[in-house]
Design a protein around this ligand. Structure first.
Ligand code: NAP
Length: 261
């Protein structure tokens, strides 16, 4: 088991805290930066890329915000508890974004997908998201003495066609995230917690290179009505809107942010 660890920052019990999983780079980093500008104290989680997380925290503090890097593997329940313990020392946790996600290191048909890739994708994207949702509800829920708030799960428009020939196992994991979002939204309403999902289309991050196809977003451009992939901050904008009071009557929704694809 990976032990969660974090740096020291002054405690502040009245601050609104947002926990972003997988925030050391890509979409999670963009969410963390935008949330800090909106006034949240932000927990920047990662499982391996400590330098990336430290860089995001530095960018936020340079900008006058408050942030804390916490290393924790979302697929490990003990790590998830430690993540929220660290977050509680920063202030009052009222928002969580389940952004940590992996595709595995291979693009191809399901028949070619190694068991280890399938296991890891399900462990992080599905099991990890469930563990974080459970702990988030325990900490945020009004019935448990929390302030109430909001959970956003990052899905994908890969669920539309199932990503044949690319990563069908990953698309299936995001289908599970969508269904989890609907079920949990119904359960969480009585705890004063809204639960929604944002489903990005292809977005300019390092995820595609990590899977072995660095030019994947450009290749998909002709298939996207708006003619281009998303920038991470365009996904972050939708997440911050769903977290805000402007979206106070929205729960159980899956919002595609995908340029019309
Ligand atoms: P990315 O650049 O590869 O970043 C993934 C982040 O997740 C990193 O911060 C990584 O940090 C973290 N992470 C991975 N495993 C983790 C674990 N077990 N526990 C905690 N953190 C973990 O990916 P991205 O493109 O920004 O994607 C972010 C989310 O958007 C994912 O859920 C992805 O499925 C979804 N999405 C992406 C696209 C796209 O085109 N990019 C499209 C649709 C949906 P460490 O390496 O330190 O763990």
């Amino acid at each position: 088991m990976t032990a969660a660890h974090h740096q020291d920052v002054p405690a502040g019990s009245d601050r609104d805290v947002l926990v972003v999983t997988g925030a050391s780079r890509g979409i999670g980093a963009a969410i963390a930066l935008r949330a800090a500008r909106a006034g949240f104290a932000v927990v920047v989680n990662n499982s391996a890329d400590a330098a990336g997380a430290a860089g995001v925290v530095q960018a936020i503090t340079d900008d006058g915000g408050t942030a804390l890097a916490v290393c924790a593997d979302v697929s490990e329940p003990a790590d998830v508890v430690s993540l929220f313990d660290a977050a509680a020392r920063l202030g009052r946790v009222c928002a969580v974004v389940n952004n940590a996600g992996v595709t595995g290191d291979h693009i191809g048909t399901l028949l070619d997908m190694r068991a280890e890739n399938v296991r890891r994708v399900m462990a992080v994207n599905v099991t990890g998201t469930i563990f974080v949702c459970q702990e988030a509800l325990r900490r945020i829920g009004t019935t448990f003495g929390g302030p109430g708030g909001s959970i956003i799960n990052i899905s994908s428009t890969a669920t539309k066609a199932g990503s044949p020939g690319t990563w069908a196992h990953y698309a299936a994991s995001k289908g599970a995230v969508d269904v989890l979002t609907i079920g949990l939204a119904t359960e969480a309403a009585r705890h004063g917690v809204r639960v929604n999902a944002v489903a990005p289309g292809s977005t300019n991050t390092g995820l595609h290179a990590a899977a072995g196809m660095p030019d994947r977003v450009e290749r998909l451009n002709p298939t996207i009505p708006l003619g281009r992939g998303a920038e991470p901050d365009e996904i972050a904008a939708a997440v911050l809107w769903l977290l805000s009071k402007e979206a106070s009557y929205i729960t159980g929704a899956v919002l595609p942010v995908a340029g019309g694809r």
